[in-house]
Design a protein around this ligand. Structure first.
Ligand code: SAM
Length: 293
């Protein structure tokens, strides 16, 4: 199977994230949200799948939602994706200027503004704080803990920090236990060496980082990605999701001097065969937090 764009990856990731998001942390989020209308800022919002999820899950009815992302392709794709989803799900959709959508039906009024910006530039513009900050599948790409104070300036008092990678990428069945472990270790090391920041153990480290900046953990729990075939078939787009995960391994570890190129290429080939045969199980350990700041 050929993989597509980063936006296709974010689409394929939706059902995996739906299952993974920690439901105790989600219940705490619902309990702590102020009465509508709520203002929300999401950093690293990608193509807007979290906004759609919160609407699908009936968590938002009346909201002002800012989506910040540094990739122009995400922002353009995201506006079209959110508008199409809303139209197909009974919302009236009105474009307000070039970057804002108003989604409404008798029980909902949502203003979604898509901002193409680096989140740190956005923070420097000193916007008014929102009721809720969301950072989903993004904190583990940032320099931590030094990014936290700026991020928390975006919220009055509540942040939902989800899908923070935490040091385990499990692929089954085993190919060769020693090689499997070596590839996992080297892959995690590439996360720790990303030039823009990143931490392959961000989940567990966030306990101390949050304490250090004086944030209160209101709820925390695991949000592992668990992708597996059911009677030899993957649900939704999850075979494609697994292909993207292997592509990330390939992009990160090709030309890695500590890895024999032929063995790695055979390893990737066998893993892709396992997807095609409906055999591959993938588990990534991650943690979610709801914090008061
Ligand atoms: C792994 S993706 C997750 C996207 C989205 N939250 C989701 O789960 O579908 C991380 C996103 O963060 C964005 N990002 C990373 N660093 C950023 C920065 N400094 N400012 C704004 N966006 C950033 C990337 O462009 C990317 O869309």
């Amino acid at each position: 199977m050929k993989t597509g764009t980063f936006q296709d990856y974010l689409l394929a990731k939706q059902s995996v994230d739906d299952r993974a998001l920690n439901k105790d942390v989600l219940a705490a989020l619902k309990a702590h949200l102020p009465p509508a209308p709520v203002s929300i800022v999401e950093v690293g919002a990608g193509i807007g799948t979290m906004l759609v999820r919160l609407l699908r899950w009936e968590i938002l009815s009346d909201a002002e939602y800012l989506l910040i992302d540094e990739m122009a392709e995400n922002v353009a794709f995201g506006m079209a994706f959110v508008a199409k989803w809303a139209q197909e799900n009974g919302f009236s959709v009105l474009s307000v200027g070039a970057d804002t959508l108003h989604l409404s039906n008798p029980s909902h009024s949502i203003t979604a503004k898509f901002i193409h910006a680096d989140m740190f530039d956005f923070i420097s513009s000193r916007p008014s704080p929102a009721d809720l900050l969301i950072a989903h599948a993004v904190l583990d790409l940032l320099p931590l803990p030094e990014s936290l104070p700026g991020l928390f300036s975006l919220t009055k008092d509540l942040a939902w920090l989800t899908i923070n990678f935490d040091g385990a990428s499990i692929l089954k069945p085993a190919i060769h236990p020693v090689l499997d472990r070596r590839i996992e270790r080297l892959y995690h090391e590439t996360m720790d060496r990303r030039p823009g920041g990143g931490d392959s153990q961000s989940g567990r480290n966030l306990f101390a980082y949050l304490d250090h900046v004086g944030a209160d953990i209101l709820e925390a729990g695991s949000s592992d990605w668990v992708v597996y075939p059911r009677r030899g078939k993957y649900t939704a787009d999850e075979a494609a999701f697994l292909e993207y995960i292997l592509r990330f391994f390939e992009e990160s570890l090709t030309a890695q001097p500590d890895l024999d190129a032929k063995k790695f290429s055979r390893w990737l080939h066998t893993r892709r065969d396992q997807i095609a045969q409906g055999e591959l199980v993938y588990i990534a350990h991650q943690l979610d937090f709801l914090v008061g700041v």
